[in-house]
Design a protein around this ligand. Structure first.
Ligand SMILES: [Mn+2]
Length: 314
């Protein structure tokens, strides 16, 4: 079990809590935000949940999702903040405007590139999801796992393990998932809504993006380009090609920037590659945003990936 002593002490002494996570939240970010919200509430402490980005449509059915506010909807300023699933303070975006002077941040995260921006830092790089860590905290706090808490924790585990398929799917993850199912999380319904269902818009985008797929570096790297923001999972089509270790998705995020998402099968630590270019993430899933036009950014990233392969013993 992680050392939750100081986080718990700070939490229990707080008169109110702000919970934040990263911009463009995924299933673990929203699931973890809602899980902490539910846990803090069950301790009888007032809690406010905020994200810079609106909750994605796909995650809006999760119990309590309607309580996650935009920073502009909140008037209070908070002295105690719990940040979940965010590797550094910039990932929290403009939620920072809600922090009081000399506020205390409890940083709970599983990104290996986490820079320990909190006053209290609970970072476990080998946790599959922040939700996995929060289950541990709920047990430590002796909080009963309600059906809705089970559902949001399960959502985090399910999405960050790619449906219990990625290399982070440990026996501990499966044990927790089993416990959450016993507490009322619905495996089929959650997998269907979070992983299986795609929108017609996504399908159209898939058709366009797949046509841009290029395979390079002796078949070890594949990349594709997407113009759309909702491109969850697209990068996996590149990585999933037989013989490919690194899959990359490039998307223009504004006129001068390209967002780069990288996935690797087992050889390249893409977090290390992303970190060199000002980003971060996990060994098998990482990303960064680079200033430049599409062609030059693709060239620069492929060059870094090529260097990374050189550093690996065949
Ligand atoms: Mn996560």
């Amino acid at each position: 079990m992680l050392d939750w002593t100081s986080a718990t002490q700070t939490l229990k002494n707080a008169s109110q809590i702000l919970v934040v996570s990263h911009v463009n939240p995924d299933g673990d970010a929203i699931g973890s935000t809602l899980a902490v919200g539910s846990m803090v509430q069950s301790l009888g402490i007032p809690v406010t949940l905020v994200n810079e980005s609106p909750v994605p449509e796909k995650l809006s059915f999760l119990p309590g999702a309607e309580n996650i506010l935009l920073p502009s909807q909140v008037k209070d300023r908070f002295s105690v903040i719990i940040a979940v699933d965010a590797a550094d303070i910039s990932r929290i975006g403009n939620c920072q405007q809600l922090f009081a002077d000399h506020s205390v941040i409890i940083n709970i995260d599983h990104h290996g590139t986490n820079d320990e921006f909190g006053k209290i830092n609970i970072v476990k790089a080998d946790a599959a999801a922040t939700a996995e860590m929060l289950y541990d905290w709920a047990v430590y706090l002796d909080i009963p796992i309600s059906r809705s808490l089970a559902t949001v924790l399960y959502a985090g585990l399910l999405t960050d393990t790619g449906g219990f398929r990625y290399s982070n799917t440990s026996s501990n993850v499966m044990r927790i998932a089993a416990n959450l199912l016993e507490q009322g999380a619905e495996s089929y319904q959650l997998a269907d809504r979070l992983l299986e269902t795609i929108s017609v818009r996504y399908l159209e985008q898939l058709k366009t993006s797949l046509a841009t797929m290029q395979i390079t570096l002796n078949g070890k790297v594949a990349y594709l380009v997407s113009e759309e923001e909702d491109n969850d999972g697209l990068v996996n089509f590149a990585r999933n090609i037989e013989g490919v270790d690194v899959g990359i998705l490039f998307r223009p995020s504004d006129e001068n920037h390209i967002k780069v998402s990288m996935r690797s099968r087992q050889i390249i630590d893409v977090a290390a590659v992303a970190l060199e270019m000002g980003g971060g993430g996990h060994a098998r899933a990482a990303g960064c945003t680079i200033n430049g036009q599409m062609d030059e950014v693709i060239g620069a990233v492929l060059e870094k990936v090529k260097e990374a392969f050189k550093g690996v013993k065949e």
